[in-house]
Structure formats: structure tokens, C-alpha cells
Ligand binder design. Structure first.
Ligand code: KDG
Length: 310
């Protein structure tokens, strides 16, 4: 079985039950989310094992996260309870101001998750994994979390990374650029990114040019997401494009993580990257149709059923 580890902050998501500006939303639905937690759930659904290295608060939301992820089959043995800081939360505003898109409003500064530190990285645990995953979100939340990612990446057999640049979490775009480039310099096997982040990191957005540049930086396989258009996988000098499916959008939050976790798990299991992208696209397609980032992630069998019906 493919063994993956991810580092990042699990969060409680409060998702607006009705669309529109949050000031007029009365009901919120609670979900467990956070990019790397979502990644782990997707990886487990795709047949890998995935352990999360993280911190949660000693509070009801922290217990909710640990119990939920354990129930979804994620290894939570490396999720520490931080006695001082609270579990981070965020709200999702849906379909406003852009229909079909969501806005994330964070309440996470000083959270337990942001206290993640290099001391939380158990070297033996990380070295035993086939690959270690993290994202630009974890690089952004604190210096100690950023150093934890670099430490884990130094120790890892292989690395996968999703740029996931959330501008509100960075003081300056240059800081995001430098931090992402440092992660890439550790030698990333699978990079997951998109034109906006690539523009910020490399100053270009054309997929072919991006692959060339990322390859020079040591990336082996590039998953290049073009949102509602579809996604490319570049691997061994070859390019494959999988168009997106048009489905009713409830909330697109988490679709990228579903795609990343499904793709990475299948890729490390030896599946052809083109087929892995097909199944990862199916996972992302289902996630956008519901509220909540990871409940709709399918097994590969259900993903196949979806693909053959569309
Ligand atoms: O990709 C989805 C994530 O953005 C969401 O779950 C919240 O981790 C999160 C973040 O920091 O934005």
C-alpha cells in the first residue's frame, strides 16, 4: 500500500447554507476541512494510507477534527493537541460576488494549527513514507509551520507540493514566491499548481512554458489546473489535458485538494498519470456539487462510474 504523509492545518469550516454576502447569512453548516486534511481523505479514498502531521486546540473543534479524520481512515497519531491555542475556523461565503465561486474568511491567526513546528516532525515517521505532501498554505501560516515543512521535505524519500497561494495569508507576494521556490528546490516529484500561482512564482502562465521552467527546478510531474476548463498533466516530456465536466456548483472549495490527493495516491501506486488525472478530475467534479470539502470524494470505482456516465 502506498504510504503518504501530509503536513498542514486542519480547520473547522462554517459553510453558509444560503448563497450571498455573509452579513445576511443566518445558518452555517459545520465541516472538517483544511487543505492537507482534505488531501489525506482523498488519498485514503484512492487506496493509500495517509498520516497528518498537525496541531489542533484542546477544544471541541479540535476533538471534532481528530475524530472525523480518524473515522475517514486518516492516521491521526501525529496530530498533537496544543494546550494554549484554539482550533482555527473559517467561513465560506458562496456565490457572491462571483456566482459559482466561494470566498473564504479565516479566523485562524494564532491558532493551534499555526503553532506546528519542526519539533512536531517525527523523522522516522516521515522517512517511512513513500512521499510527503504540503502546500503553500502551511508555508504561509507561521514561520515555525514553514520550517516544519522544509524539515519534513529534507527528510522525505519524495515530495509532492500544491502551491495553493492564498494571498490574504501572506504579507507580500514576494514572500510567497520565495517560500514556494525554497520548497521546490528540495526536489518535488509532483507539483500541483495553476496559472495564478505560476504567474506569481515564475512570472509566466503558459502551461508548456511553466512545465519547462518547473522541470528546470527539479519537478518531475506537473499537474496544472485551469479551473473550470480542465487540467493538464505533464510527465516524462508528455502532455495530457483532461477537460472539466460542467455540473451544478454548490461550493468549489476543496476541489483542488480532492484532485491532488486522488492524483498523488494513484500516481504513487503506479497508475498511468493520464488515468490518474481522469479519476482525480472525477473526484474534483463531485466535490464542487456539495458543501464541505471532502465528504463527496469518491472511491476509484465510483469515479469510474461517474466518468462512464458523463
Ligand atoms: O483547498 C480548500 C482549503 O482552502 C480549505 O479547506 C481551507 O485549508 C484551507 C485554507 O487554508 O484555505
Amino acid at each position: 500500500m502506498t504510504r503518504l504523509v501530509a503536513l498542514g492545518e486542519p480547520l473547522i469550516q462554517l459553510n453558509a447554507v444560503t448563497p450571498g454576502p455573509l452579513r445576511y447569512v443566518h445558518y452555517f453548516e459545520k465541516h472538517v476541512a483544511g487543505s492537507e486534511a482534505n488531501f489525506c481523505v482523498a488519498a485514503v479514498m484512492a487506496g493509500a494510507s495517509c498520516g497528518l502531521i498537525a496541531r489542533v486546540g484542546n477544544d471541541e473543534f479540535g476533538r471534532n477534527i481528530v475524530e472525523y479524520l480518524r473515522g475517514r481512515g486518516v492516521d491521526v497519531s501525529r496530530v498533537k493537541v496544543d494546550e494554549e491555542a484554539p482550533t482555527g475556523v473559517y467561513f465560506v461565503q458562496r456565490h457572491y460576488p462571483v456566482p459559482g465561486r466561494s470566498v473564504l474568511v479565516y479566523y485562524r491567526r494564532g491558532s493551534a494549527g499555526s503553532k506546528l513546528s519542526p519539533d512536531d516532525v517525527d523523522a522516522d515517521y516521515v522517512k517511512a513514507a513513500d512521499s510527503v505532501h504540503s502546500t503553500g498554505i502551511t508555508l504561509a501560516i507561521s514561520e515555525s509551520a514553514r520550517e516544519a515543512v522544509y524539515k519534513a521535505f529534507e527528510l522525505a524519500k519524495a515530495r509532492t507540493f500544491d502551491t495553493n497561494i492564498r494571498p490574504v495569508l501572506w504579507r507580500r507576494p514576494e514572500d510567497a514566491r520565495e517560500a514556494v521556490l525554497r520548497a521546490l528546490r528540495t526536489g518535488v516529484e509532483v507539483l500541483i499548481t495553476d496559472p495564478d500561482d505560476t504567474r506569481l512564482v515564475l512570472g509566466i502562465a503558459d502551461p508548456d512554458e511553466a512545465y519547462k521552467k518547473y522541470r528546470e527546478l527539479g519537478v518531475k510531474t506537473l499537474l496544472y489546473k485551469e479551473g473550470a476548463k480542465g487540467a493538464y498533466v505533464f510527465h516524462d516530456g508528455e502532455k495530457y489535458f483532461k477537460p472539466s465536466y460542467s455540473v451544478p456548483v454548490e461550493d468549489p472549495t476543496g476541489a483542488g485538494d480532492a484532485m491532488a490527493g486522488t492524483f498523488v495516491a494513484l500516481y504513487f501506486s503506479g497508475l498511468d498519470p493520464k488515468r490518474a488525472l481522469d479519476l482525480a478530475t472525477a473526484a474534483a467534479t463531485l466535490v464542487v456539487t456539495v458543501r464541505g470539502d471532502n465528504e463527496a470524494i469518491p472511491t476509484p470505482q465510483d469515479a469510474e462510474r461517474l466518468l462512464s456516465s458523463l
